[in-house]
Design a binder for this molecule. Structure first.
Ligand SMILES: Nc1nc2c(c(=O)[nH]1)N[C@H]1C(S)=C(S)[C@@H](COP(=O)(O)OP(=O)(O)OC[C@H]3O[C@@H](n4cnc5c(=O)[nH]c(N)nc54)[C@H](O)[C@@H]3O)O[C@H]1N2
Ligand SMILES: Nc1nc2c(c(=O)[nH]1)N[C@H]1C(S)=C(S)[C@@H](COP(=O)(O)OP(=O)(O)OC[C@H]3O[C@@H](n4cnc5c(=O)[nH]c(N)nc54)[C@H](O)[C@@H]3O)O[C@H]1N2
Ligand code: SF4
Ligand SMILES: [Mo]
Length: 751
């Protein structure tokens, strides 16, 4: 057969790079970048080149697996769904749907089907409570988005193409490629800022690859960003540098912020943050005075003790310094296909409220419908009314990625029913009774659902499937709909996923026609449904494109965007740079930005307490690597070459204090666990701070990950106490974990 070249978008991360995939005889031969891609213009990273290896990975599951005893056996789809019906039925008959829960993992957001149907699954299954990777990730941003702007996914992103001063706080795009900041080639854009005379500052306890490429690295004590930012705010007020510009009339709460920052002078926070007062003042002045500027905060500012305060203050600083909603500042995208994920959940129709219920065992208050994922283990393991007895994991590996990892690993075998929608038999899914594999991404179309919501340009791209799915295999959207039907008590043999899809779609259309600002506002939903074509995620994408800002509007704008038109531009469509969106983007009760939400400001006492504390001893932070992706890409041999990456980074002075030498093994102990890991000396680390990557620990028995098992590493989340959270959001604090460190071979420390 002839060689073919397919144009495609890489689905692995937020960079959404354009690829040229060369195939022959049903095999991927080579993947290169696509220079004609309107968005990525020829950029890609090493992970993009291995989509073929992932597709052809012999360990990737292609049929359902049913576990009987300790053995997984291949099964037909009918058998698998019948087995789930039987197991779920037993749980639900005895304990009701309250005994069923679900964990939603990160690749859900990057998968064509799952991203569009996980909402259908949650709504139609009737499962009362779910857990997700969101509470080890961006939940603080969801809280501040909801309270400040009225939408839990209304999250601003830095306009890096036009900024002349970028401050990066707690993010390492050199590895991650950017997060809640969708751009290709972040590092190229960073270099471009400097080349045009701009300045880049990185605030991070580690001198990362991003910091190395910046003008300045500003080390900070983990978990103290909120105090640092409050001091910046204090300086802005004290020195008369506050200038809201055109946003003045759209902001309320300014005087509250002025009053509450007063005590947080640079001098008051300097020792805690380990940043000099002069540095803080200088940075505040420079930022305020810059013509354009954007302060960007990401996972290091979220996955920590004061995540919500820090996330709030990142936005506050931008707003006060006049760097918000204007070119070169922090801006809101306007996606060509608006994300349905970003619709306000019906339970919050009357406004955002918190703590409507509490977790059963720990009493953790609900935040935006979820409690910390670390609660999952105890909710499974603790007997009593409301105990979780059945769990459905969807594209998640919480046994490695969630805090208190060992506890969850120990709890999962206690379930009466566990179903995993996953492409691998890994650390988490090995506990499942049934594993349902999704199609390979190359067998599916692609168009990111959520990520364009914080893209640095208003663009979009559709990729057709590259390979035909193997006959008889359902799409993941069909799997999710079938699972929701089983949870509703339907018989496996009777499920009609097309019918369920029609129901879900009709519900979505009804929701959108009832909203005031869409192009189909007030239309008869039945009429719109009748006009919509196709089924599944393609119909939803077409719908999103049509009702979007450039959309055809079901007849309203006949030349407007449709999926058909999008498909004619395989290299993507670019509607231009970001534009100011305030006030239209706001959905707060008074239509203004709430600069000082009570819920958030209520946490300042806790921060005051932190400033009064003397904390000594080492703390642990996390890191990422460009050739890795959370826990699940360590099975690709091409990405696993080179030196061991699962090491403890230690500053040489610390190493000397703790008796460590390069290559030796350190024993690291926290309040909840201990592990032994090779030491890598590095003056990248701030003294007193050590770093471990997450997503490793592939030495568990019963997985089917040939390559990963040979490069097992250790699971850093064994050290993360589940109760160490950002109180306001319930988000895990996997950064800033107090640890003790010693030489392992010499017996190390006790424990
Ligand atoms: N210590 C520490 N812990 C962290 C973090 C940290 O910085 N430090 N980061 C946190 C963050 S930000 C996140 S997002 C979480 C991630 O946490 P998770 O989402 O739980 O973990 P992943 O490693 O992304 O696991 C993804 C799973 O999805 C499966 N999968 C991959 N592709 C597909 C697909 O197309 N379909 C299906 N059905 N399954 C698929 C994989 O096999 C794997 O089982 O980890 C968190 N944990
Ligand atoms: N290659 C690769 N890309 C990825 C992923 C991956 O695993 N691998 N994961 C994806 C996912 S799910 C996400 S959410 C994004 C995350 O993307 P990023 O937010 O860029 O995450 P990291 O690369 O982990 O960088 C976090 C930085 O925060 C620093 N840090 C830790 N604690 C603190 C603190 O208290 N204060 C400050 N200021 N800094 C701190 C750490 O030292 C680290 O350098 O990346 C995505 N992209
Ligand atoms: S940066 Fe790498 S992983 Fe991310 S989309 Fe581009 S090629 Fe894929
Ligand atoms: Mo994430």
């Amino acid at each position: 057969m002839e060689q073919e070249t397919h144009i495609r978008t890489c689905h692995l991360c937020e960079a959404m790079c354009g690829l040229r995939v060369e195939t022959r005889d049903g095999r991927v031969e080579k993947i290169r970048s696509n220079p004609d891609d309107v968005w990525s213009k020829g950029y890609l990273c090493p992970k993009g080149t291995v989509l073929g290896a992932l597709h052809h990975d012999p360990d990737r599951l292609r049929t359902p697996l049913i576990r009987r005893g300790g053995e997984f056996k291949e099964a037909s789809w009918e058998e698998a769904f019948r087995e789930i019906e039987r197991r779920l039925g037993t749980v639900i008959d005895s304990h009701g749907l309250d005994a069923v829960s679900s964990y939603i993992g990160n690749p859900t957001a990057h998968n064509f089907s799952l991203s569009r149907y996980v909402g259908a699954f949650i709504a139609m299954s009737g499962i009362p409570r779910i857990y997700s990777a969101g509470t080890v990730d961006q939940w603080p941003k969801n809280v501040t988005g909801a309270l400040m702007y009225g939408g839990m996914w209304t999250i601003p992103t830095p306009d890096i193409d036009r900024t002349d001063f970028l401050i990066i706080m707690g993010a390492n795009p050199q590895a991650s490629q950017g997060s809640l900041l969708a751009t290709p080639d972040f590092m190229g854009k960073l270099r471009a800022i400097r080349k045009r005379g701009g300045r880049v500052v990185v605030i991070d306890p580690r001198r990362t690859g991003t910091a190395d490429a910046a003008d300045e690295w500003l080390p900070i004590q983990p978990g103290t960003d909120a105090a640092f930012l409050l001091a910046i705010v204090q300086v802005l007020f004290e020195e008369g540098l506050v200038d809201l510009g055109r946003l003045g009339e759209h902001v309320q709460g300014l005087e509250d912020v002025r009053a509450l920052c007063r005590e947080f002078t640079p001098e008051a926070v300097a020792a805690t943050c380990r940043v000099s007062a002069d540095k803080i003042r200088g940075l505040a002045r420079d930022f305020a005075e810059a013509e354009t500027g954007a302060l960007y905060g990401r996972i290091g500012t979220c996955n920590q003790e004061f995540g919500t305060l820090a996330s709030w203050l990142v936005d506050v600083v931008n707003i006060l310094a006049g760097k918000f909603d204007r070119p070169g500042g922090l801006m809101f995208s306007n996606p060509i296909a608006p994300s349905m994920t970003t619709l306000r959940p019906p339970e919050f129709a009357e406004g955002w409220s918190f703590g409507r219920w509490k977790s059963r065992v720990r009493g953790a208050p609900e935040v935006l419908g979820q409690v910390p994922v670390s609660c999952l283990a105890e909710e499974i393991a603790t007997p009593g009314e409301g105990q979780i007895r059945a769990l459905i994991t969807i594209a998640g590996n919480p046994v490695l990625s969630a805090p208190d990892a060992a506890k969850l690993d120990a709890a999962l075998p206690g379930l009466d029913c566990m179903v995993a929608v996953d492409n691998y038999l890994n650390e988490t899914t090995r506990h499942a009774h049934v594993i349902l594999p999704g199609l390979s991404p190359l067998e599916q179309p692609h168009y990111d659902e959520l990520l364009w919501s914080w893209a640095v340009r208003n663009a979009g791209k559709y990729s057709p499937p590259l390979f035909e799915p193997e006959p008889g295999r359902p799409h993941e959207w069909q799997i999710l709909l079938a699972l929701s039907a089983l949870l509703q008590g339907q018989k496996a043999d009777d499920i009609d996923t097309d019918l369920l899809d029609d129901l879900f779609f009709a519900g979505l259309v009804a929701t959108l026609t009832a909203l005031p600002h869409t192009s189909i506002a007030g239309r008869d939903p039945g009429e719109v449904v009748a006009l919509a074509e196709g089924k599944g995620p393609e119909r939803m994408l077409d719908f999103a494109l049509r009702i979007g800002p450039w959309g055809e509007g079901y007849g309203k704008n006949p030349k407007g965007m449709t999926l058909e038109i999008m498909k004619r531009s395989p290299n993507g469509v670019d509607m231009g740079a970001l534009e100011s969106r305030i006030p239209e983007v706001l959905d707060t009760p008074d239509g203004k930005i709430d600069l000082a939400p009570d819920y958030v400001c209520g946490d300042l006492d806790r921060l005051r307490g932190r400033l009064g504390e003397e904390r000594e001893g080492a703390v642990l932070v996390s890191r990422r690597h460009i050739r890795s992706n959370n826990s699940w890409m360590h099975n690709v041999a091409e990405l696993m070459t080179g030196k061991d990456r699962c090491t403890l980074l230690v500053h040489p002075e610390d190493a000397a204090r703790w008796g460590l030498v390069a290559g030796a093994s350190a024993k690291v102990r926290s309040e909840v666990g201990s592990l032994i890991v090779p030491v890598e000396l590095s003056d990248e680390m701030m003294i007193g701070v050590v770093s471990l990557p997450h997503g490793w620990g592939h030495d568990k028995k019963g997985t089917r990950l040939g390559v990963a098992a040979r490069n097992a590493g250790v699971c850093s989340n064994i050290l993360a106490p589940g109760t160490f959270v950002d109180v306001l959001s319930g988000n895990a604090a996997v950064n800033g974990i107090p640890v003790q460190i010693g030489l392992a071979s010499a017996g190390g420390i006790e424990g």
